[in-house]
Ligand binder design. Sequence first.
Ligand code: DGL
Length: 272
Amino acid sequence: MREIARVKDAALGFFDSGVGGLTVVRAVQDLLPGEDLVYLGDTARLPYGSKSAETIRKFAQEDVDFLLSKGVKAIVVACNTATAHALPEFWKDCPVPIMGVIAPGVEAALADAGTERIGIIATRGTIDSHAYQHALAKERRGLRIYGEATPLLVPLIEEDWVSEEVTKEVLRKYLAPLLDRGIDTLMLGCTHYPLLVPVLREILPADVRLIDSATTCAEHLKRMLEEKGLLKEGDGEGVLQIHLTDLSEQFEELAKRFLRRPTGRVRRAVVG
Ligand code: DGL
């Protein structure tokens, strides 16, 4: 009995190439405020989006090992690129439950029976892996799925240029081929992109549905913890620990913006 209580009290682990995954952490804090969270951002080795599948798998394994060394009870791969390239590898051997951001997004996109034409924007690595395309096609036949690599968006978001005209221009150019194909749903396939939602709402026709994987991921995580009897009990407030593999003032500032609340002391992590 005491053993089970101890596991329930352990923290949840999250990792991303940088601070983008904090959008997922924020959604989890809102939904599960009592849980302790450990976040690893591999800022020394980002971006993952332009790297090979082999390199991303190696990095992701090292990130998972870091979180396991912190005694986490479950892991969320809060990075679309790492989920796309590495998640199936981990299902087999990971000693704790592990989930990514793609399955929750797919579930949310298909929750509407009317969804027929889906656009996905993401890093080049995620789009080229076809992970979203395969996951969607497996769930529903006859879908029209269009992926668009949007590599300029992460740097624009990190520069805090989200509301600048140049970002709107870049978005219009990226979205034009998807809108020409009459998409009814746009999936944000990168953990940085929830910060673009207000601008996307300005640019997109009102009838295009936006799927942001941060919120759906938090809901998915809650269900998974319930099913496995791992939800923390009691009503104390959870603690968040942020670890970054490269610590700089810029990353600390960015982390605050992504989390939209104080980050506490950010620690330097050594992985690999
Ligand atoms: N956060 C990563 C993702 O969700 C994108 C940033 C990167 O390229 O490292 O794919």
